[in-house]
Design a binder for this molecule. Structure first.
Ligand SMILES: Cc1cc2nc3c(=O)[nH]c(=O)nc-3n(C[C@H](O)[C@H](O)[C@H](O)COP(=O)(O)O)c2cc1C
Length: 226
């Protein structure tokens, strides 16, 4: 009887869907510098200066700047519970963040996924994908003008079991928190950005190699002010 139960358990484990919360380090993982926890500008001044920016300097962002922005988006601030810089409904953490990076001193061009627990970037696809991304976002030039582009996505299966028909709404709310963190961190770094909501979902999925259950929510071009 026990053997039967053990066999059933193994079968269930083998059949369980891939846990996309799990982070696996590969050879193509880049460790990011530790985030700076003190800045030169007050939160009030940061809020006052926040503005959408659509033209950028061509200078690639440094690994420090990318790391700081990734941390602002989804960095772990309570290791014991896995809590992050942005709030998450029921701590279900459906958000994923991808960086489309151009060739820089510290990093090869490509699409990278941020691994919050490792504070690292995992290479997803090599090469500059910004032109393809722009073509599925109404040809918005801010995407190719920026040396880096952040894409915020949400994985519905992480949040749906708990929140059912409210899950999609909550996922959109979470994307807003993440995006505002990026805007404000950008002000502090001298990095401009804009939230882009006008794009074709399937087109973005195809450029980033996402599955059907992962929803692109915002595109955010990132670059130093010109
Ligand atoms: C949900 C949403 C979608 C948006 N989509 C786009 C977009 O596709 N392209 C763009 O250039 N700006 C987009 N924006 C940015 C707004 O145009 C911008 O926030 C607005 O003009 C106010 O300017 P400010 O952000 O500098 O205060 C979007 C903003 C929001 C909140």
């Amino acid at each position: 009887m026990n053997l039967l139960f053990f066999g059933f358990l193994c079968f269930m484990l083998a059949c369980s869907p891939h846990d996309s919360n799990q982070e696996t380090r590969t050879m193509s993982t880049i460790s990011l510098p530790r985030p700076n926890l003190s800045g030169d500008i007050s939160i009030e001044e940061t809020l006052e200066r926040r503005r959408s920016v659509r033209t950028f300097s061509a200078t690639p962002l440094s690994l420090e700047e990318i790391g700081q922005l990734a941390w602002a988006a989804q960095g772990i601030t309570d290791a014991a519970r896995g809590f992050r810089t942005a709030p998450s409904a029921g701590a279900t953490f459906p958000m994923e963040t991808y960086f489309l990076l151009t060739e820089g001193e510290d990093v090869a061009g490509g699409v990278y996924r941020y691994l919050p627990h490792d504070h690292a970037l995992e290479l997803v696809t090599e090469g500059d994908q910004r032109r393809d991304l722009r073509s599925v976002a109404l040809q918005q030039e801010s995407i190719t003008d920026a040396p880096a582009v952040l894409v915020i996505t949400g994985i519905l299966s992480r949040i749906e079991p708990r929140y059912r028909e409210r899950a999609m709404r909550f996922m959109h709310m979470e994307a807003g928190h993440v995006a505002q963190n990026i805007y404000l961190q950008g002000v502090s770094l001298g990095v401009g950005t804009v939230v882009i909501g006008a794009f074709e979902d399937d087109g973005v999925r195809s450029v980033l190699g996402l599955g059907d259950g992962e929803y692109p929510l915002y595109i955010m071009p990132l670059g130093k002010l010109p």
